[in-house]
Design a protein around this ligand. Structure first.
Ligand code: CA
Length: 475
């Protein structure tokens, strides 16, 4: 081969890789914690203005039927960070807050979205709540994240020096039994740093600084920003509380101030993206990790209407969450997408956007790449069915088209038509037995691909048998 063709080939390779680098978006995954379905402006909230989140929704697609894979914090995160139904690897409870609990966390056999994007040449960062195991081998820096700023537990007080109180029902408050979790050190990578200022505000500042710092990098970045707001304890900045003085209920007022603080932080990050010229080439996901807890432990004055149920339920109020996707360079703006999608889709969507392929030897994904569906290139539904299992099989649910089948604890199976009954109030199991039977069989078939919970959630390490303790939440 003469020198000239070789040189031309080399130029072509350089050109194509440069083009690929330019085309690869930054990816920003923003997660709120225990946010109600109806508690942001783009979902219809009237008493909590969220102008920055609403603008983000206007810049992309709002998914009306966006689900998470579990109605409680930690298993939900294990799902969307792996793209796999987390019950496939035994993740069905929150882990113990215990740095010696070597099995209470995301199994080391699983690959995270950060692992895959880093392998594809992305820089990776995580900011905020981790809650995927307190043992050192579960640390974010060992699960694919180059940089980490946050806290390892399932929650954290917002105001330095404050007492973290949680709702325990009927308006009663208790200092959380997990004080060491709520006051655990804020870490930069593995180094403790002082608690300074209100936490949500600080997480937003860290995220804005991160996107600014990486603006001129040759490589694209992935940032996972996990707010713990508006999870309890109910605490907010005084100036933000003052903005909601018109809300007479103290708990709702504080909750509103916390949601507004998340919104303010999102605004700060979007401004950083815009001012550094990165907005159009940044793919942003925003969702809650589960539905709002309205009356159970950790109730935070959230509202899931018009959905039935709440955090911890397989009714829609536990599983369906505020969910939006924005990527100005590639996706339509100002649209509503109504086919069911699930948080498990985030990983394959991100990998597709990055032009990354997943190692074929890894366990198969349950999520799908949503890009062809969101662009309208494919008109069919991304999923024939979505499935849920709770507490090792104490409760199940299936969504197929507009049908929702579920079985909770010791109650008889139920069937709802969500197209006419979004609030799951008219049980059709007896009138449409053939559909109920089909979905029960599909649930049983899916269940055969799962394993028993690998760890429990009580202080003694066993499983809490909730049979008989949890009955249907009132509509
Ligand atoms: Ca949560």
């Amino acid at each position: 081969m003469s020198f000239r063709p070789l040189f031309a080939l080399l130029l072509a390779v350089i050109a194509s890789s440069t083009y690929a680098a330019e085309a690869r978006p930054n990816i920003l995954l923003i997660v709120a914690d225990d946010l109600g379905y109806n508690d942001v402006g783009f979902q219809g909230a009237r008493d909590i203005p969220t102008p920055h989140l609403d603008r983000l929704a206007d810049s992309g697609l709002r998914c009306t039927d966006g689900y998470v894979s579990y109605p409680v914090c930690s298993p939900s995160r294990a799902g969307f960070l792996t793209g796999r139904y987390q019950q496939r690897f035994g993740y069905e409870y929150n882990p113990k807050w215990d740095a010696t609990a070597a099995t209470h966390g995301l199994p080391l056999s699983e690959t995270t979205i950060a692992d895959s994007l880093r392998a594809a040449g992305y820089s990776t960062g995580a900011i905020g709540k981790w809650h995927l195991g307190a043992h050192p081998h579960f640390h974010p820096n060992r699960r694919g994240f180059d940089d980490y700023f946050g806290f390892l537990g399932g929650g954290h007080r917002y105001l330095p020096g404050s007492v973290a109180e949680v709702e325990i029902g009927a308006g009663k408050k208790a200092t959380t039994t997990a004080d060491t979790e709520q006051t655990s050190p804020i870490q930069r990578n593995s180094t403790a740093v002082p608690e300074v200022g209100e936490l949500t505000t600080r997480l937003g500042e860290e995220a804005a600084a991160s996107v600014t710092r990486h603006a001129r990098d040759a490589q694209p970045w992935f940032l996972y920003l996990a707010f713990n707001a508006p999870h309890t304890p109910l605490q907010a900045r005084a100036d933000m509380l003052a903005k909601f003085a018109a809300i007479t209920d103290e708990r709702r007022r504080t909750y509103a101030a916390m949601v507004a603080t998340v919104d303010e932080a999102v605004g700060r990050i979007v401004t950083a993206l815009e001012s550094t010229g990165q907005r159009d080439r940044t793919l942003i996901f925003f969702l809650s990790d589960n539905g709002g807890p309205m009356t159970k432990r950790n109730a935070n004055a959230s509202v899931n209407s018009p959905l039935r149920g709440q955090k911890g339920d397989v009714f829609e109020g536990g599983l369906r969450v505020p969910f939006l996707i924005s990527w100005p360079a590639r996706l339509p703006a100002g649209r509503t997408y109504t086919q069911p999608v699930i948080s498990l889709d985030l990983l394959p969507t991100a990998l597709a956007a990055a032009g990354a392929t997943r190692d074929a030897t890894l366990a198969p994904l349950d999520g799908v790449d949503l890009l062809p569906f969101l662009t309208g290139q494919v008109a069919s539904a991304p999923h024939a069915r979505l499935f849920w299992r709770m507490d090792g099989g104490e409760a199940f649910a299936v969504r197929e088209g507009n049908w929702k089948w579920l079985r909770t604890y010791q109650n008889a199976p139920q069937l709802y038509d969500l197209s006419t009954d979004l609030g799951e109030s008219r049980d059709l199991a007896a009138t449409r037995p053939e559909i109920a039977a089909r979905l029960a069989a599909a649930s049983a078939e899916w269940n055969r691909g799962l394993i028993a919970p690998a760890f429990g959630n009580n202080p003694f390490g066993g499983l809490i048998n909730r049979t008989g303790l949890e009955k249907n939440a009132a509509p």
